[in-house]
Design a protein around this ligand. Sequence first.
Ligand SMILES: *Cc1c(COP(=O)(O)O)cnc(C)c1O
Length: 379
Amino acid sequence: MKNKIRFNKAYITGKEAKYLGNVLEQRTSGNGIYTKKCHQFFSEKYGFNKCLLTHSCTAALEMAALLIDIKKGDEVIAPSYTFVSTVNPFVLRGAKIKFAESCSNHPNVDPESVKSLITDKTKAIVIVHYAGVACNMDAILSIVKENNLFLIEDAAHAIDSFYKGKPLGSFGHLSAFSFHETKNVSSGEGGMLVINDKQFNDRADLIWEKGTNRLAFQKGEVEKYEWLDVGSSFLPSEFIAAMLYSQLESLTTIQTIRKEIWNSYYDGLVELENDGLLELPKNNKFATQNGHMFYLIMRSKEERTLLIEFLNERGVQAIFHYLPLHISPFFKSQHDTRILKNAEHFSDCIVRVPFHCHLTNQELAITISEIKNFFLGNC
Ligand SMILES: *Cc1c(COP(=O)(O)O)cnc(C)c1O
């Protein structure tokens, strides 16, 4: 049988084993040398005020919900077309989620929809930069400012991507990145909280270390460490940090390969778009794309399902993406009656194609030609 063209495969830089060996010899628990190197990498490269590695992007968002003191009755506005982790951390603190609509021409959240959901209970807006392409930040920032809200960026897809030259992850009061296996840079599981609003600097350290001032103790600033606040064990071990650091050192290579793959898909498939058979992701002069993923927007759910079956039968692992959260089994009874037709459209029609650094030119060519074959047989 032919080898499958895998949707995802972890990128191996070659330095992982050495760094993991160093961890075994030095220190395995968290906040050691590699954790500090990772924090420093992001602060220096993107000018982030303060970074804290976490076990996941989900955990970083849980820290964000604690830091902005989300309480029962607070409302949080978030897109419906996203992963559960964008909102679960706020639900855990008792927030009521108001789900916003996607733009008509992009899965990102529509600022007009966000604006229409603001009430005097609204505390925060959580945004997602889908496929690493920035939301309309001018519009979002003006809504945040006018209404005195917290902005949280779920930047899970958005490493090394920019809006008008400013790095994603630097806009929110707090921002969260993911280093899950499916993201551009990965430590298996992993994430990071970025603290852009300095008022949260000290409390973030406490929450990260189980509500204690252990960090201050380690720096010799206090004589003993004590329980000062709520918190949890948010810091990952040095193994995770060492894995991540080996990837960060190769970030330029990773990004170059991923953008080449993105361009190959685009160039190979644009004639299908010109023929009106599907839509491809749009480039935007304000917002970069960072080679996070490549997706097709099919004309209908039926066609989307047929294409995925067609590709899978031919050994190409293609998959759909988010199911809208406002109509999920968990949430639908809490949702108001608004129909979010754009969110449902992207959920119904998006197909994601194999995308990872080990994808060969031959695998890319096969994937592109099989997508074309589908339309030859189905028009
Ligand atoms: C992957 C992802 C997450 C969750 O990341 P974890 O690191 O697995 O917690 C959250 N939000 C979005 C938009 C994601 O794509």
